[in-house]
Design a protein around this ligand. Structure first.
Ligand code: FPP
Length: 245
């Protein structure tokens, strides 16, 4: 485990800690199957791993962590599995609302919250209100989220603003301000555990220049040491943003 804890943004820059890490939480079902457990047990273990990794990110000086917890396509899963995931999110949101100020760690929901239960919508709203008062590390949970859906929503909102004279000419910067991630820097590092090597409709706009790290480790088994390995690989990459060195 790296010992670069509680450092400043400048120190973080020098140490090569990514400012924003995005993670696709994958492999919960296989983790449970390997142990003869129901898939829902894999999601519960995955949620605990999220808690550990989020705290670790905060401690080593990452500013933003964005995780893909439930996609716009995940509603196709069995009802019991969807219910379990929603219950877990409900529990973690309640907990976050209680602890955000104490822990200096804010949590926000990215996604189409209008498709969630009224209880989860209210929790997402309260979490946002509390997060507005908290300084520091930010964990974003993508819930009922799809990258294309986000872009279409943003385009519709821009078109409405344009028609009513509230928006000017469209630029990349202006368009970004209509996304769920408005105001936060793009991910530097995208991690996908679970062995698959694809983006699965996650942060399509924001990952334009992200470095990708894939690992066969299943999400519930993902440790701070594994995150350190991903960061070490990230540090070895030569980021040119289309230019030359
Ligand atoms: C993908 O693994 C995982 C999900 C669709 C759900 C992730 C949700 C959680 C970890 C619960 C709550 C999250 C937070 C952040 C509190 P999979 O089921 O597709 O795994 P498999 O590919 O092995 O079947």
């Amino acid at each position: 485990m790296t010992d670069e804890r509680n450092n400043t943004a400048g120190e973080r820059e020098q140490s090569g800690i990514p400012r924003h890490i995005a993670i696709i939480l994958d492999g919960n079902g296989r983790w449970a199957k390997k142990r003869g457990l129901p898939r829902t047990a894999g999601h519960a273990a995955g949620a605990e791993t999220f808690r550990r990794i989020a705290l670790y990110c905060r401690d080593i000086g990452v500013d933003y962590l964005t995780v893909y917890a439930f996609s716009t396509e995940n509603w196709k899963r069995p009802t019991e599995e969807v219910k379990t995931i929603m219950r877990l999110l409900d529990k973690y949101l309640h907990e976050a609302i209680e602890t955000m100020e104490r822990d200096g760690m804010k949590m926000r929901i990215f996604g189409d919250v209008s498709g969630l239960s009224p209880e989860l919508q209210a929790l997402a709203h309260t979490a946002d209100t509390v997060a507005d008062r908290v300084e520091g590390f930010q964990a974003n949970i993508c819930l009922n989220y799809g990258g294309r859906d986000e872009i279409v929503h943003a385009a519709r909102r821009y078109a409405t603003d344009l028609a009513s004279g509230k928006a000017g000419e469209l630029t990349e910067e202006l368009f970004s301000s209509y996304l769920y991630s408005a105001g936060i820097p793009d991910p530097d590092l995208l991690i996908r555990p679970g062995g698959e090597q694809r983006l699965s409709n996650f942060l399509l706009w924001q990952c334009a220049y992200a470095e990708f790290y894939f690992t066969d480790v299943l999400w519930p088994d993902f440790t701070p040491e594994e995150l350190d390995r991903a960061i070490a690989v990230f540090r070895s990459r030569d980021r040119r943003y289309g230019g030359v060195k």
